[in-house]
Design a protein around this ligand. Structure first.
Ligand code: PEP
Ligand code: MN
Length: 345
């Protein structure tokens, strides 16, 4: 059975009472999300952009909650925002990527929220720093929050890419390894930056067993005051969700378990063999290091390295392995050999 995905939908920003209510009604009809989102205070990269409608938007969202029964959620960026959303009956908030990058702000928000009945969503910081993300989660845990959900919204790409932010999936995978009790959901809208790519990013997140999606949706995306290119209509959200191949996280099927166990045992054996071989390889490069040292020869021998890299990539190609993977693997191994040989000089 396909698992239930947590779904958070709504516009990037609350803009007017009609826009918020109309979007929420359509979302309820088409996808019935678990939360209705809208930004009230918008952290914009540049001044003079639309910076959010402010407190009056919270009253509109309160109407959404009362009318549709969908719980509402918004972004907070400082302690006073917590007090204000509490007045409007919010039971959930998220901390945005720019705020998560500032531990002072995260601590201040956590202390203001202390003792409150909030579900806390913490986006990844804009820079690919896993410790900063974990640190923000830890600050809330230490204050006494258990109900924390991490939101993967991608990382600043530093170069022109088709995506607005890079998913860097290895980072949420590492977060899941370090903090297995934290649910992770994906915000494919801010990764994609353009509605054309939201589906493929959402599918990748599902394939990584993420627990849900935060998708920006606007009743009339063309008129949106922020992030208009990446917002879907509620109907498009439904179409996107229908197109996803949703996998279950595990099954309780005896045959499946026996088969997986057999293959995983084989993988375990091969992994240990790989490590044994690596150990032997480093023992030899260390011997080579000693010979270079006794003959006063430089550690880096670029011609030999070129030949090693080319021949291994060529062989990888013949085996049908990814040459990029093999190049990256050997570059790491070579870097370590050079480091060790240099250290022992
Ligand atoms: C948002 O969700 O509208 C938003 C501003 O997100 P982020 O902090 O991920 O940029
Ligand atoms: Mn947005």
């Amino acid at each position: 059975m396909a698992k239930h995905l947590m779904l958070i939908c709504g516009p990037c920003s609350a803009e007017s009472e009609e826009q918020v209510l109309e979007t929420a009604r359509l979302l309820k009809e088409y996808v019935s999300p678990d939360y209705f989102r809208a930004g009230i205070w918008k952290p914009r990269t540049r001044p003079d952009s639309f910076e959010g409608i402010g407190e009056r938007g919270l009253a509109w969202m309160q109407c959404v909650q009362a009318e549709t029964g969908i719980p509402v959620i918004t972004e907070v960026a400082n302690a006073s925002h917590i007090e204000i959303i509490a007045k409007y009956g919010f039971k959930a908030f998220w901390i945005g990527a720019r705020t998560v990058a500032n531990p002072f702000s995260v601590q201040e928000i956590a202390e203001a929220a202390k003792g409150g009945d909030f579900k806390v969503f913490i986006k990844n910081p804009t820079n690919p720093d896993i410790d900063l993300w974990c640190g923000a989660i830890e600050r809330f845990k230490k204050i006494g929050f258990d109900d924390i959900i991490a939101v993967c919204r991608g990382f600043y790409p530093f170069a022109e890419t088709k995506l607005r932010n890079l998913p860097c999936w290895e980072i949420p995978i590492e977060l899941a390894r370090r903090m297995p009790d934290i649910k992770i959901i994906c915000d494919p809208s801010h990764i994609a930056g353009d509605k054309e790519y939201i589906g493929e990013i959402a599918q990748q997140a599902i394939d990584l067993n993420m627990a849900g999606l935060m998708i920006e949706s606007h009743c009339c995306p063309g008129n949106a005051l922020s992030d208009s290119r990446q917002q879907l209509t509620p109907l498009e959200v439904k179409q996107l969700l229908d197109s996803l191949k949703i996998k279950c996280s595990s099954v309780s099927d005896r045959d499946y378990e026996v088969e997986m166990e057999m293959f995983r045992n084989k993988i375990d054996v091969l992994d240990y063999q790989l490590l044994d071989i690596l150990k032997q390889r480093f023992a030899i490069t260390n011997e080579i290091g000693k010979i270079k040292k006794s003959h006063n020869v430089a550690v880096l021998q670029i011609d030999r390295w070129k030949k090693v890299l080319e021949s291994r990539c060529e062989y990888a190609g013949r085996l049908g392995l990814s040459q990029e993977l093999v190049a990256a693997l050997f570059s790491e191994i070579h870097k370590e050999s050079i480091r060790e040989q240099g250290e022992k000089r």
